[in-house]
Design a protein around this ligand. Structure first.
Ligand code: TRP
Length: 445
C-alpha cells in the first residue's frame, strides 16, 4: 500500500468538506422547505438543528477520522473497536446507495445546461422534464455525470478533490451571489423575499411534528453526515488544527449557501407568477426552468443557474465516491484510478432503475433519507459518545484552546441530546415508511 495522502492545506480540507456539504440538498430542498414550513420562523428551527445537532454530529465524525487516519470502516478497528466496523460498512452502503440516484439527478442537470442554451424547455417545461428525466437521455447523462465524478476521484486527494473543490466552492458562492443580484432586479422580487422569509408562526406551529424531524434530517443530509464522508475527509488531516473551528466554518458556509439559493430561486419564480408549491422529484426543474422562459436573458441565466447546480452536485458526489474508494485502496493492493472506475461502473448499474423511472428514484431517496442515514448517524454518535468517550473528548479539544467545560458539554450533547433527536427523527421516518397510508418502503414496480 502506498503512503496515505493528506490535504495540502487546511483551507483545502475545509473547502472540500463544504463542497461535499453544499449540493442538491441546499439548492433544491432547502429554500422550498423553508418557504413551505413558515419562512423565517422555520429558519430559526433549522439553525437550532444545524448548530445544536448537526455541529456536534459532524465533530463526532471528524474525531473518528482524524484520530484513526483510515477509511470509514477500518477506522473503527484502528481505534481498538473492531466490532464497530459494521457501522462504517453501513455508512459505505448508504453512500453507495445515495450516489446511484444522485448521479441520475446530476445527469438531468447536465441536460438542462444545454437545454437552457437551446431554450428547449421554454415552451413546455413539464413536458420537457417528462421527456428527459427517464429513458435514453437520462441513462446516457447519468453515465456522463458518473464519469466526471470518477475522473476527479481517480486523480486523488491533493490533485483531484482538493484542486477541484478549491475552484468549485468559490465559484458556487460567486455565481449564486451574481444570480441573487440579478433576481433582485426583477419586478416581483419583493414578493419572492416575503414568501421565503416572512415569519409565519402559524405554519410553523401547525406542522411542528413534521418540521423538527425534517430540520434534523435535512441538517444531516446537507452536512453529508451518516455515511462516513466526513470521517473519510477528516482522515486526510494530519494536523492539530481546531476541529471545532473547521466544523463551525463548514456549517456556517453550508447554511449560507442554502439561504442564498432562496434569494436566487424565489425572485425568479415570483417575477413569473409561478407557484413554488409543486411537489415530486422534478418539481423544481419544472418550476425554476419555467421561470427562465420569459425573463430577460433567460437562456444565459438558465445556463448559469444549472451550471452552478452541476458544480454543487459534482463536489458532493465526489465525497460519496471517495468513501468507497478510500476503503478499497486502504485494504487491497489496487490503484486508486482502476478502483474509482470499477466502482463508478457498478454505481451506474445500480442507478439504472432510477434513470428509467422516477418512482424508483423517489423510493431510493426515501429509504436513504428516512432510514439509512439516521440509523448510521445514530450508531456513530453512540460509538463516539459512549465507546470512545474521554478519548473523543481530548481529540475534539485539541488545538481549540477551549476548556474541559466545552468538551464535556459537547460529549453530553452527543451522548444524550443528539441521540434523542435522531431517535425521534428515525421514529417519525419509520412511521411514514412503514405505517403511513401508502407505505413508501414498497418498491415501485
Ligand atoms: N450534502 C449533499 C447535499 O446537500 C449530499 C451529500 C453528499 C450527502 N455526501 C453526503 C448526503 C453524505 C448524505 C451523506 O446535496
Amino acid at each position: 500500500m502506498s503512503e496515505r495522502e493528506t490535504w495540502a492545506t487546511r483551507a483545502g480540507f475545509i473547502l472540500a468538506a463544504v463542497g461535499s456539504a453544499v449540493g442538491l440538498g441546499n439548492i433544491w430542498q432547502f429554500p422550498f422547505k423553508t418557504a413551505q414550513f413558515g419562512g423565517a420562523s422555520f429558519l430559526v428551527v433549522y439553525l437550532i438543528a444545524v448548530f445544536g445537532i448537526g455541529l456536534p454530529a459532524i465533530l463526532a465524525e471528524f474525531v473518528i477520522g482524524r484520530r484513526a487516519k483510515l477509511n470509514a470502516i477500518s477506522a473503527f478497528g484502528r481505534l481498538g473497536h473492531g466490532k464497530w466496523r459494521f457501522v462504517g460498512a453501513l455508512g459505505l452502503l448508504t453512500g453507495f446507495w445515495i450516489l446511484s440516484y444522485y448521479s441520475v439527478v446530476g445527469g438531468w442537470v447536465i441536460r438542462y445546461i444545454w437545454g437552457s442554451l437551446q431554450g428547449a424547455y421554454f415552451s413546455d417545461p413539464t413536458a420537457y422534464f417528462g421527456a428527459i428525466s427517464t429513458g435514453v437521455d437520462a441513462v446516457a447523462l447519468h453515465a456522463v455525470f458518473m464519469f466526471l465524478v470518477v475522473v476527479i476521484v481517480a486523480l486523488g486527494i491533493k490533485d483531484g478533490i482538493e484542486k477541484a473543490t478549491k475552484v468549485m466552492v468559490p465559484s458556487i458562492i460567486i455565481i449564486m451571489l451574481g444570480l441573487a443580484a440579478y433576481g433582485a432586479t426583477l419586478s416581483g422580487a419583493t414578493a419572492g423575499y416575503d414568501y421565503f422569509l416572512s415569519p409565519d408562526f402559524g405554519a410553523l406551529m401547525a406542522n411542528l411534528g413534521e418540521i423538527v424531524p425534517f430540520a434534523v434530517g435535512q441538517a444531516f443530509f446537507s452536512l453529508s453526515l451518516g455515511m462516513g464522508a466526513m470521517i473519510t475527509y477528516a482522515s486526510y488531516i494530519n494536523r492539530d488544527d481546531s476541529l471545532v473551528a473547521d466544523g463551525s466554518t463548514i456549517v456556517v458556509l453550508n447554511t449560507f449557501v442554502g439561504v442564498l439559493a432562496g434569494f436566487v430561486v424565489f425572485p425568479l419564480l415570483f417575477a413569473q407568477g409561478i407557484d413554488p408549491n409543486t411537489s415530486g422529484p422534478g418539481a423544481v426543474f419544472v418550476s425554476v426552468a419555467g421561470a427562465f422562459a420569459n425573463i430577460p436573458a433567460g437562456r444565459i441565466v438558465g445556463l448559469v443557474f444549472f451550471l452552478v447546480v452541476l458544480i454543487a452536485a459534482l463536489s458532493s458526489a465526489i465525497s460519496l465516491l471517495e468513501v468507497v474508494v478510500s476503503y478499497v485502496i486502504d485494504n487491497h493492493d489496487v490503484g486508486r484510478a482502476p478502483t474509482a472506475a470499477a466502482i463508478g461502473v457498478s454505481l451506474f448499474v445500480l442507478g439504472l432503475p432510477s434513470a428509467l423511472d422516477t418512482a424508483w428514484l423517489g423510493w431510493f431517496d426515501t429509504l436513504a433519507y428516512q432510514l439509512l442515514l439516521p440509523v448510521s448517524v445514530l450508531l456513530v454518535l453512540l460509538f463516539v459518545g459512549w465507546v470512545l468517550g474521554g478519548e473523543a473528548l481530548s481529540e475534539v479539544l485539541k488545538g481549540t484552546g477551549l476548556g474541559n467545560g466545552f468538551g464535556l458539554t459537547w460529549l453530553w450533547m452527543v451522548r444524550v441530546v443528539v441521540v434523542i433527536a435522531v431517535l425521534g427523527t428515525l421514529w417519525l421516518g419509520i412511521q411514514t415508511l412503514f405505517l403511513g397510508p401508502e407505505p413508501a418502503i414498497v418498491p415501485p414496480l
